[in-house]
Write a protein that binds this ligand. Structure first.
Ligand SMILES: [Zn+2]
Length: 222
């Protein structure tokens, strides 16, 4: 339907909007590893196709048509990530790059078969919500680890899927979605000290801000 390049842009714009971040020329250039000039050209093209609204200096936001197309690509992407991880045993740090290729060629029939084979899953291996076939997606409160107070017990709901080295590191620490951890201290310069599986570890600010959690307020404290 749309070209691969258009789908890549829609996916990335959606990923930014999902976190309430702005989809600007410089952000997209960095995320897609292209020049600012080519982002500007693509923004014009997307606006002409009525997929985004383009406001000078503010970047772009998805129109209803753009959102619908983006959710379809995101659904493919996250279903494929999970299929690669669960059915083929691909490590969680490798599934994102692979899914970026497969997502563009997945037919509706294969999408349904993968969905059924996986038992109609709701999240990717990184904990990101998988949009439903009709384009709805669970709205979840996003709080990153570095925003929390000491003493809080939280559960990881999602980690960023973009950096394989970071994912390997988090895997070594057991910091997967649904892992529970306690915040020991949080410092904007030194990072976050946390306790996971009885072990204390320190995460730098750059790592902590890529981990999204929700509070577990009803856990009895010792
Ligand atoms: Zn991904």
């Amino acid at each position: 339907m749309h070209t691969q390049a258009i789908e890549d842009y829609l996916r990335e714009i959606y990923a930014l909007q999902e976190r309430d971040e702005r989809a600007t020329t410089s952000t997209l250039a960095a995320r897609l590893d292209v020049t600012a000039a080519s982002v500007t050209n693509m923004f014009k093209k997307l606006a002409a196709l009525n997929l985004v609204l383009h406001e000078p200096y503010k970047g772009v936001t998805l129109t209803p048509a753009g959102l619908k197309a983006a959710l379809e690509v995101v659904r493919h992407h996250r279903l494929i990530e999970l299929y690669l991880a669960e059915a083929l045993g691909v490590p969680w740090d490798q599934v994102h790059d692979e899914a970026e290729k497969w997502e563009h060629v997945l037919s509706e029939d294969m999408e349904d078969r993968i969905d059924a084979a996986l038992g109609y899953p709701t999240t990717s291996p990184h904990g990101a919500p998988i949009p439903t076939r009709d384009g709805t997606v669970a709205d979840r409160p996003y709080r990153s680890l570095n925003e929390l107070e000491p003493g809080q017990t939280v559960e990881i709901i999602e980690v960023s899927d973009r950096d394989p080295a970071l994912l390997r590191y988090l895997g070594e620490l057991g910091l997967y979605p649904r892992a529970r951890l306690e915040i020991v201290s949080n410092n904007p310069y030194r990072g976050t000290v946390l306790r996971v599986n009885g072990v204390e570890c320190t995460l730098g600010c750059d790592v902590a801000r890529h981990i999204f959690v929700e509070s577990v307020s009803d856990i009895p404290r010792e």
